[in-house]
Write a protein that binds this ligand. Structure first.
Ligand SMILES: *Cc1c(COP(=O)(O)O)cnc(C)c1O
Length: 339
C-alpha cells in the first residue's frame, strides 16, 4: 500500500484520466493568508469539477454493466444533466433526461446547453405537480423504449449512489497530494453539498486514507448545506460508510470531525436575491474567480465568513467545485445596471 493512496479495490474502479489532479492557491485578495482554494472547477471546461470526479467511477461502472441507455433526473438548471449528457455521448450510451418543468419558458443557461446536447424526444418534461413521482415516471418510460442489446439504467438526482462514490473519494487523495506539494496541512476543509455525494466521498476518502492512524485526526470538514438537511446528510453518510465497509471487508471508522453550515445568503436551495448577485460580482472583481450563484457563491461567502470568525489561525482549504457555466442562467440579473 502506498501512503496517500486509496486501496487498490477502490482505485481500480476509478478512471484517473477523468479524475485528474487539481491545483491549490491562496485567496488572491489575501496572498499571505491561510485561506486556500482548490480549483476543482479547472477539471473540465463544460462539466463542474465535483461531477467529473463522480463520473470517473460511474461511467466505468455503466460500461461494465453493458448499459446502453441512461435515464437521468434533475431540475432545469442542473449542472449534472449537462455534464453527464456529454460524457454519456462520448461513451456511446444514450441519455434520456427527465426534467422538472421550468417556471421560465426561455431556454437559457444549462437548460439551453441540454437542449443543444439532446434531441427533443430525449428530453421529457415532468410537471411540477408530478415531480415527487419522477422516478416511477422515468422508470416506466425507460422500460418501454426499444434497445439493441444492453440494459437501461435510471440514475438518481445528482447521480447519488455507490457507483459514483469511488470517484468522489479520489478528491481526498488529491488533497493529500496538494498538502505535500504546498507543505501545508489543511486543518479545515470547506465543501459544499447538493445531494451530498461529493462531501461524503471526501469524508470517507479521508477516513480511508487515515485508517491506520489510531486517534481521530485534527482535521475538520465543514459542509455548507446547499440542498440537503444535516439529518439526511448524516443518514446518507452512514449508509455509504457501511456499504463501503462491506465492500472493503473492514470497518471504515470516522477519523475527521464534521461541522455543518447553512448559507448566509439566500439559504433555501435555488433561492436567489440581490445580495447573492452582488456577491457574485464582488468575488469576480476581488478574487478573479467566476462562480455560479446556485452553489459556489453561497458556499464561498459562507466559508469566508466562518474562516474570518473562527479559523483565521489555521490553514483552511475551500473546495471550489463549480463551473462558471451556472452563471449563464442568471445573465440578465447580473447584467442589470441597478444591481
Ligand atoms: C453538483 C454540484 C454540487 C453538489 O454536489 P453533490 O455531490 O450533489 O453534493 C456542488 N457544487 C457544484 C458547483 C455543483 O455543480
Amino acid at each position: 500500500m502506498k501512503k496517500g493512496r486509496l486501496p487498490s479495490e477502490i482505485r481500480d474502479l476509478i478512471d484517473y484520466s477523468l479524475s485528474k489532479r487539481s491545483r491549490v492557491h491562496r485567496l488572491p485578495s489575501a496572498p499571505q493568508g491561510r485561506f486556500w482554494i482548490k480549483r476543482e472547477d479547472e477539471l473540465s471546461s463544460g462539466i463542474s469539477g465535483s461531477k467529473l470526479r463522480k463520473y470517473a467511477s460511474l461511467i466505468p461502472a455503466l460500461k461494465r454493466k453493458g448499459v446502453e441507455m441512461v435515464g437521468m433526473i434533475g431540475g432545469p438548471n442542473s449542472n449534472n444533466l449537462v455534464g453527464l449528457a456529454q460524457l454519456l455521448k462520448e461513451n456511446s450510451i444514450e441519455p434520456v433526461a427527465f426534467i422538472r418543468k421550468a417556471a421560465d419558458p426561455i431556454l437559457r443557461g444549462n437548460a439551453l446547453l441540454l437542449d443543444m446536447l439532446l434531441p427533443a424526444e430525449r428530453i421529457r418534461n415532468i410537471a411540477r405537480a408530478d415531480w415527487q413521482n419522477a422516478e416511477t415516471i422515468a422508470k416506466n418510460y425507460l422500460e418501454k423504449l426499444p434497445r439493441e442489446k444492453g440494459g437501461g439504467e435510471l440514475l438518481l438526482e445528482g447521480c447519488f449512489g455507490f457507483d459514483a462514490l469511488p470517484g468522489a473519494m479520489s478528491m481526498a487523495e488529491d488533497i493529500v497530494r496538494n498538502e505535500k506539494e504546498s507543505e501545508t496541512e489543511y486543518e479545515t476543509i470547506y465543501v459544499d453539498c447538493g445531494t451530498g455525494l461529493t462531501a461524503i466521498g471526501l469524508i470517507l476518502g479521508l477516513d480511508v486514507l487515515s485508517r491506520h492512524t489510531q486517534a481521530p485526526t485534527r482535521r475538520e470538514i465543514v459542509v455548507t448545506l446547499i440542498a440537503e438537511t444535516q439529518e439526511r446528510f448524516q443518514s446518507k453518510l452512514a449508509e455509504l460508510r457501511s456499504a463501503l465497509s462491506s465492500m472493503l471487508g473492514y470497518r471504515i471508522l470516522p477519523k475527521v470531525r464534521i461541522r455543518y453550515l447553512l448559507s448566509i445568503v439566500a439559504p433555501k436551495f435555488g433561492a436567489v436575491n440581490r445580495t447573492l448577485f452582488q456577491s457574485c460580482r464582488e468575488i469576480s472583481r476581488d478574487e478573479g474567480l467566476l462562480m455560479d450563484p446556485t452553489y459556489s457563491v453561497k458556499h464561498f461567502v459562507t466559508a469566508r465568513d466562518d474562516f474570518a470568525k473562527n479559523r483565521e489561525n489555521s490553514n483552511s482549504l475551500f473546495i471550489f467545485n463549480g463551473s462558471p457555466l451556472g452563471i449563464a442562467g442568471f445573465q440578465d440579473r447580473l447584467a442589470d445596471p441597478d444591481l
